[in-house]
Design a protein around this ligand. Structure first.
Ligand code: GMT
Length: 386
């Protein structure tokens, strides 16, 4: 039975603690928010904190047995009456249980719906002498798509207002959240980060093939069909091969379009891959033609590997990519412009080298884990001290 009654003082100076006990909840499979949450947990554990993942599956980039990290599975029982099994309630119960059993200092949830509502419930379920603040990190589609849906708008707004701390992965997403939801809370911007020791350029490229890469969950917002159209334009001018990493609803249509445009032999669909840090460095250009991107973690990972992105000028992407310096930004759906930039990079080796180096520099100097993780630690301490 988890409802133990430990004596935890109602308030004391949490801010003085060097190491915290943090419960992290995210969507554990593919998707940027789950990746950021998992990498954050790994980095925090490396820095001596105790991390508890509370999710329905083992987070994809988490190796079992990592020191100071535990995984607590959320089981959702089905029952004939439940047309929709209540995951949010099972999650809240598990969060409260883990918080009590492991004496957690705080919960950090990634993606507002339904995680912050589950955290709010867990906060109310734990022993009344225990303070269990929760932080919500907004990642993008939780605000720009799901949160704007009429059926989720009020609960998303409520979850933001009730969070003890809110972070957003870009200035653009923060601005959007204030505009759309009209909330008064402070939203702290903490950009996405990358482990620049793991994501790094190859010492030397051996292949002569010119390689383009796209990686995503193949949802409509990613405009994966544009990747195939861009490739079709590029191969009219210079040889290239497109590697499509990931999977999702638009993959079959991308496959069909590649056949229709006669470029099937120039495209490889690689499916979901675990060790993308081994794939990025072998590429020459990353394609990110998204309709909306609150930051663009895939572009950051590519840049860390010395792969310049050709991306769309949307959302928070300009906070990462400086057009003409460490990548190119073009309008959404402008296939000719994006293909033109790819051709420039593939046919002008000095330009490619200059941009590849600038991309790596941006990743190392502005978005390395060592620069960003302390911002999360400071924010945790601020929330704990509040
Ligand atoms: O649509 C996705 O790519 C998934 C989504 C998520 O929340 O899992 O990604 C969002 O979070 C990433 C990590 O913070 C950001 O880098 C992506 O830009 C953002 N995606 C969108 O805004 C479309």
């Amino acid at each position: 039975m988890w409802r133990t009654h430990w004596c935890v003082p109602r308030s004391h100076s949490w801010g003085r603690k060097d190491h915290m006990k943090i419960g992290i909840t995210c969507y554990p499979t593919y998707g940027g928010s789950g990746i950021v949450a998992t990498e954050l947990g790994l980095e925090l554990a490396n820095r001596g904190h105790e991390v508890h993942f509370i999710t329905y599956a083992n987070p994809i980039r988490l190796d079992p047995g990592t020191p100071r990290i535990q995984y607590h599975e959320v089981e959702v029982s089905t029952y004939p009456l439940f047309q929709y099994p209540p995951y949010c309630l099972a999650l809240a119960s598990r969060m409260a249980e883990v918080a009590e059993d492991y004496n957690l200092d705080l919960l950090h949830v990634h993606y507002a719906i339904p995680h912050s509502i589950a955290a709010l419930l867990a906060q109310q379920m734990v022993d009344e002498r225990r303070r269990l603040p929760f932080i919500t990190t907004l990642h993008g589609t939780d605000i720009t798509l799901v949160g704007m849906d009429r059926s989720y708008f009020p609960i998303t707004k409520f979850s933001i207002e009730k969070s003890n701390g809110i972070t957003s992965i870009s200035d653009d997403l923060r601005r959007h959240t204030y505009e759309v939801f009209g909330v008064a809370n402070e939203i702290r911007v903490i950009h996405n980060f990358v482990n620049v020791d793991l994501y790094k350029p190859l010492a030397e490229r051996t292949s002569t093939e010119m390689r383009l890469m796209h990686i995503s969950n193949f949802r409509p917002v990613k405009r994966v069909l544009d990747c195939v159209r861009i490739l079709a334009e590029v191969v009219k001018q210079t040889p290239a091969h497109l590697y499509m990493v990931g999977d999702g609803p638009d993959r079959p249509e991308a496959h069909r379009l590649a056949r229709e445009l006669g470029v099937e032999k120039h495209v490889t669909f690689m499916g979901k891959q675990d060790h993308v840090e081994r794939i990025f460095p072998q590429m020459h250009v990353l394609l990110m033609p998204s309709e909306m991107e609150s930051f663009g973690l895939a572009a950051l990972e590519a840049m860390a590997c010395g792969v310049p992105p050709v991306a769309t000028r949307v959302g928070g992407v300009p906070e990462l990519v400086t057009h003409g310096v460490d990548g190119f930004l073009e309008p959404v759906g402008d296939i000719a412009a994006q293909a033109g930039r790819v051709v420039e990079l593939l046919t002008n080796p000095p330009l490619h080298q200059r941009m590849a180096e600038a991309a790596r520099k941006t990743a190392v100097e502005r978005f390395a884990s060592s620069k960003i993780i302390p911002q999360y630690e400071d924010f945790y301490r601020q929330v704990l001290d509040a």
